[in-house]
Write a protein that binds this ligand. Structure first.
Ligand code: NG6
Ligand code: CA
Length: 509
């Protein structure tokens, strides 16, 4: 086998020459538009560029023209904490109440905190969020769905917001634009309850005959659009979404935001619902992937991205837009509905060569696809540099020459060069949060420490994902053993103790 340092030489030379080129080009340009495409539950191996079996030509085009990261991580293997960290630059496990949020949760990020959109706003960006929020809304008493839903994204640095409050499978099933529920009529107010049903509203348990998409676990409260949800809602009938139109709705609002003729550059946080459950893509994608609704949702996601790239190109803005495509956590098959995700998987491997998935402390939980594209500024190809999404804030601040509140965004490190492929040196270490708050620790030399945990080894019989939880501490060497099959903790007790100490220090920081 060729030693590592010899294998690295061609790569390092490429980085050197390309960075010369890229830096010269960078000196003359203005601030780029920034588009963060934050997908939901898309696994590392879901992309055809990473070996997936479902063809995603637009995402592949991003990968061809940009830099594919092989060692980029969401901070958590579930949605809310990952989004919290991306926007605040702080690991979510440092804060109570940052686990998967209910649909009626109060806003989790205090208004005074530093955020990525606030920082970009200070630079002069026009900032917008379109898509999934899932970080709570409103003050301590929760959101007032029939009035002004305040505070929300617009108080955290976004000039514009068009969002769903939580997830596709949680009530209320409505869109909010700049803090107001869209298409709501006064005589049909919305009520939301996460404890009990409201009046005699049909539920998935009481009226299974009304379901077009049956549930496997959870998801048996209110029925909206023939689909059982988490939580109960009544009213707001004219405001309710049709799941099949959701991707089109988000995309058209994203396009409208991009289209606005302004001299300021834009920052768009485009947080897609695809490919989270319920997987109800538009009818035009039905049966198109050959891998069932989960695959069809992936095609829909690819289509949305294609439309956005196409519009940027038509406006002549593609070359001056920095695009970061990534995902909030790893993949899951049965996440609560009878959608054939397991049965129609075929030889597609959403988790790639990694172990576990969504919810998990194993690599597939947080090692997510990440593609960065900005022609002339970001190297094309692949990089193995260790990167966390928590670093986006500091890295973009560094690119733009902007300061930020480092006390508030205390975990965010500047790794712009690694993000752009101008250096192979990323983070020294990274913290990875699994469901129920277990936090694993990964170093840039590939060693990974998972602390002891009393949680179950498998999430549950339906999602059936290995959590990585064990009453004993575990140590893996993820370069030589990316599938985390060989637990080295007993064989290497000193190294295990070193990682445990480093992990404790990071937790106390
Ligand atoms: C779980 C839901 C799952 C999904 C997840 C959040 C059940 C049984 N499961 O509690 O369906 O909604 O929460 O996913 O209710 S995430 O990607 O937003 O974190
Ligand atoms: Ca998710």
């Amino acid at each position: 086998m060729v030693p590592f340092f010899l294998r690295s030489i061609p790569c390092l030379l490429a980085v050197f020459f390309l960075s010369l080129d890229i830096q010269t080009a960078g000196a003359q340009t203005q601030h780029p538009n920034i588009l963060v495409i934050y997908t939901d539950d898309v696994g590392y191996g879901d992309l055809s560029a990473n070996g997936g079996r479902i063809s995603t030509p637009h995402i592949d085009r991003l990968a061809r023209n940009g830099l594919s990261h092989t060692n980029a991580h969401a901070t958590a293997s579930t949605c809310t904490p990952s989004r919290y960290s991306l926007l605040t630059g702080e690991y979510a496990w440092r804060r109570k109440g940052t686990g998967i949020a209910r649909g009626d949760a109060s806003m989790i990020i205090p208004v005074g905190r530093e955020t990525l959109p606030k920082m970009l706003h200070r630079v002069g960006y026009r900032t917008g969020v379109v898509g999934k929020w899932h970080l709570g809304l409103g003050g301590p008493e929760g959101p007032d769905w029939n009035g002004s839903v305040f505070p929300g994204p617009n108080e955290l640095g976004f000039d514009y917001s068009y969002i769903m409050a939580a997830t596709g499978d949680r009530v209320p099933c409505v869109y909010l634009e700049d803090g107001r529920v869209q298409n709501l009529t006064k005589n049909d107010p919305i009520r939301v309850d996460y404890e009990r049903n409201i009046g005699n509203e049909p539920t998935a348990l009481s009226h299974p005959q009304l379901l077009k998409l049956p549930w496997t676990h959870g998801h048996n409260n209110s029925i909206v659009n023939g689909t059982g949800r988490i939580g109960f809602m009544s009213g707001g009938h004219s405001a309710r979404w049709r799941d099949e139109d959701m991707a089109d709705s988000f995309t058209s609002h994203a396009l409208r935001f991009i289209d606005r003729a302004e001299t300021r550059p834009f920052f768009l946080y485009f947080a897609t619902h695809d490919i989270h459950v319920p997987r109800l893509p538009h009818e035009r994608f039905h049966g198109k992937s050959g891998f069932g609704p989960r695959g069809d949702a992936l095609l829909e996601l690819d289509d949305c991205i294609g439309r956005i790239l196409g519009r940027l190109e038509a406006l002549g803005r593609l070359d001056n837009t920095l695009i970061v495509f990534t995902s909030d956590n790893g993949p899951v098959l049965d996440d609560g509905y009878v959608d054939q995700a397991v049965e129609q998987l075929g030889d597609h491997r959403p988790w790639g060569i990694y172990r576990g998935g969504k919810y998990s402390a194993f690599e597939a939980g947080t090692r997510v696809p990440m593609i960065v594209q900005w022609p002339g500024h970001v190297r094309r190809g692949m990089t193995d540099a260790l990167i966390s999404q928590v670093d986006l804030l500091a890295s973009l601040a560094s690119l733009l020459g902007q300061t930020f509140d480092t006390l508030s965004a205390r975990d965010s490190e500047d790794h712009w060069k690694a993000l752009a492929g101008l250096s192979e040196k990323g983070r020294q270490c990274i913290a990875l949060e699994a469901i129920s708050g277990t936090v694993a620790y990964l170093r840039s030399d590939g060693y990974k420490y998972i602390p002891p945990s009393n949680g179950p080894a498998i999430t549950n019989q339906w999602t059936n994902i290995e959590t990585g939880f064990s009453p004993r501490e575990q140590l893996y060497q993820t370069f030589r053993d990316p599938g985390e099959r060989i637990d080295l903790a007993a064989r290497l007790p000193e190294l295990t103790a070193t990682l445990r100490k480093e992990w404790e220090q990071l937790r106390r920081k």
